[in-house]
Design a protein around this ligand. Structure first.
Ligand code: S3P
Length: 171
């Protein structure tokens, strides 16, 4: 698999940007969360509730390994916690170009207001919880990424164009 992989926090727009990038460049699109749901036969909140985060992470790593074995080109959007495992970061590097879509805690909060599909952001905490989680993850996103695209306040078209410029021949 020769891929462009989008990583970043929940609400960064990985799926939206990934779909737009794949459509414009006529290459396949894969979403790791979608693959996990298909593999488990359950939604993500159901997996977390029934089996816990660790089981979810096991499936996530397995999905990544399965993708590495495929041939062809693709744009892959990933779940926000996927780059946390060292094993996954190594797999990402072997897959192709890794783009970190970076957003601020404010953008996360604005975009995910009222969302009930992200088990890790349920319950109290709000701004503080998002800020802490984002800060803790930032080094892993940076380590896994070939480059960073700042996404705050930009349209999908702007981000897609910037990604295309940075990726050049690799798309
Ligand atoms: C997670 C992000 C989610 C999903 C799961 C865990 C995380 O994906 O994989 O809820 O740990 O950040 P999105 O980044 O697409 O929301």
């Amino acid at each position: 698999m020769r891929a462009v992989v989008l990583i970043g926090f929940m609400g960064a727009g990985k799926t939206t940007i990934g779909k737009a990038l794949s459509k414009k460049n006529r290459i396949a699109f894969v979403d790791t969360d979608q693959k996990i749901v298909e593999k488990a036969g359950m939604t993500i909140p159901e997996i977390f509730a029934a089996q816990g985060e660790e089981a979810f992470r096991q499936i996530e790593s397995q999905v990544l390994k399965d993708l590495l074995l495929l041939s062809g080109r693709a744009v892959i959007s990933t779940g926000g916690g996927l780059p946390l495992r060292e094993e996954n970061r190594r797999l990402l590097q072997r897959m192709g170009s890794v783009v970190y879509l970076k957003i601020s805690p404010e953008t996360v909060l604005n975009r995910l207001k009222g969302d009930n599909t992200r088990p890790l952001l349920q319950g109290p905490g709000g701004r503080e919880r998002v800020g802490e989680l984002l800060e803790a993850r930032e080094p892993f996103y940076r380590e896994a990424a070939d480059f960073i695209l700042k996404a705050d306040g930009k349209t999908v078209e702007q981000i897609v164009e910037e990604a295309e410029e940075r990726l050049g021949e690799q798309l």
